[in-house]
Every structure is written in structure tokens, then in C-alpha cells.
Ligand binder design. Sequence first.
Ligand SMILES: Cc1cc2nc3c(=O)[nH]c(=O)nc-3n(C[C@H](O)[C@H](O)[C@H](O)COP(=O)(O)OP(=O)(O)OC[C@H]3O[C@@H](n4cnc5c(N)ncnc54)[C@H](O)[C@@H]3O)c2cc1C
Length: 294
Amino acid sequence: MRAFEYVVARDSAQAMALLAEHGSSVKILAGGTDLLVELKSASHGPQVIVDISRAEDMKKISLTGEGLSIGALATHSEIMDSQLIRDMFPALVDAAHTIGAVQTRNLGTLGGNLVTCVPSMDSGPTLIALEALVTIAGAEGRRQMPLTDFFVGPRKTILKPTELLVDIIIPKKNLGKPVHFLKSGLRKGQALALVNVAASLWVDKNTFLEPRIALGAVAPVVMRATQAEAYLAGRAVTPEAMMEAGRIAAGEARPITDFRASAEYRRDLIAVLTKRALENAVLLAQAKLKGVKK
Ligand SMILES: Cc1cc2nc3c(=O)[nH]c(=O)nc-3n(C[C@H](O)[C@H](O)[C@H](O)COP(=O)(O)OP(=O)(O)OC[C@H]3O[C@@H](n4cnc5c(N)ncnc54)[C@H](O)[C@@H]3O)c2cc1C
């Protein structure tokens, strides 16, 4: 690893000042679970590392006027422990639980997971199925955008080196929306996803309302299966419809063959996992209709 200067930011304002001071030679450190691995093998690294891991104002998980705000520095363990998230979106807890082992979840942050932007990231699908927004802070101030626009390609986001991902917001209209996450890897623990899927929806009079399906590890970035969503919207809730949506989702994904699995196997997984995620989201939605807590 090459030598670098190390500075600590005590809050997001100081982090912004340090990023502006050091320009493009700077790199942000949150939990370090991705960055340190990268730095060990990089031929040339940053001159300055700004450690934001102690910036308390970026760790908050709270309800705001906009929706559920999750600070970019919330760790996967903190997401699993948050009563607010457990009550509102157990699928986010399920997704966090599949990330690495306890040590990785204690250090790794939601923001770091999204910024690293590997197609198999486990926090992406549920957030995309819930139409999450991200807040970015830069020299020109703050801006918000859908998470889908934040991802540009494998390991590439829209962030500039001097910009900070501040928080992730699940919009008010989707608070409490039934959502289910599923992941398939080569083994249960400590494995990257071969495919991960999240489905969110409402059900009214046995009809699908606002179905959203997000797929990970099957395209350059986490993607929405918009054709499958369009097929389901307004359609009667039947096992056949969910099976067909899975088939359509498998068709619109762009999986690759690599040492973990073939593209064909991944397509089969997409069809099966999408159907199962939809079935589980429907059960949650129906229970909500009846006023039963699931
Ligand atoms: C053993 C092991 C197992 C793992 N298993 C999984 C798994 O199963 N599923 C999975 O999805 N991931 C997995 N990961 C990946 C990793 O743990 C996550 O991506 C983690 O959430 C990264 O967060 P971090 O805080 O450690 O990021 P860091 O390593 O600190 O940073 C990652 C990148 O994001 C940038 N960054 C971080 N925070 C911000 C911010 N707020 N604003 C702007 N830029 C920022 C950094 O500059 C860096 O480029 C695993 C990692 C390890 C080491």
C-alpha cells in the first residue's frame, strides 16, 4: 500500500471542507471494508484519505418530512438493529443480514455499499424497489436524485471525488410499502449474490398496484425489471401472473457467465426468485389490508 496523509472529519461540514481543500487527490474512508482491499492492490493510490466514519450527523436513521432517511454512514448492523427499519421495512434488515459476516456488517456502511457500486451489492435491490432517493453534497450545495440515476456502471457512480453521499431516503409515499428481498449465492453466508431480487407492491381488490421489481448481479448495475412491472400493474393476483412476471424479468436482465455461474443459470434464478419475492410481498400486502402485522 502506498503512503497517504490521513485526516479525520468530525462531521459532514468538515468532511466537505477537507474534500474541497484536497481536490481530486482525495479519497473518502467510511468503514473501509471495500476501500482498504482496493488500496492494497492499487498501483497508485490517493494522496489524502478523509476518514468520515466519526461524522455522527451522517449516521442518523429517522423519519423526516420527506420519508425515511438513512444516513450514509449507518452500518449494516445498525440497519439490522434499527426498530424503525425493522417495523417498516424488514426486507432492508434481511438484505443487511446477508452482507458478509458480523465484522463486515459492523464496519461496512450503507453509503459505502452503494458507492462501491458492484452489480451484486445487497443493499441496492430493496432500495430501488422502494424508489429510494440519494442526497449528494458538493461544492455547489446539495442535490437529490433517484438511486437508479446514481449508478452509472460497474464500480462507477455519478459522484465526483470531492462529493459526499449524505443520506438515502425512502420517499413518504412508499413508507410501509410491502417489500421482500431474496438472495442466492454459492452458499448461505459470506458469499456474493449470484442473483438478488426485491419486489415491492400494494394489493387492492386482488389486483397488483405499483409493482416494482429490482434485480442485482444480472446487469452492469442494479436494475428495475420494468417490463415485468408493466405486465403486473393492474393485473389480478394469481400464481400464473407471478410466474409470468418472473419469466419476463429473466428475459429483460443481462446476466453474464463467469466463474460463479452461467448466464443461463442466472436467468433461471431470476425467474424463480422474482416469483418467490412477489409471492412474499403479496402475503405482506394482503396482511396489511386485513390489518394483521406480519
Ligand atoms: C469479507 C467481506 C464480505 C463482503 N460481503 C458482502 C456481501 O455479501 N454483500 C455486499 O453487498 N457487500 C459485501 N462486502 C462489501 C462491503 O462490505 C460493502 O460494500 C460495505 O458496505 C462498504 O462500506 P464501507 O463503509 O466499508 O465502505 P468503504 O470501504 O469505506 O468505502 C467504499 C467506497 O465508497 C466510498 N465512500 C464510502 N462512503 C462514502 C460516502 N458517504 N460518500 C462518498 N463516498 C463514499 C469510498 O471512498 C470508497 O470508494 C463484503 C466485504 C468484505 C470485506
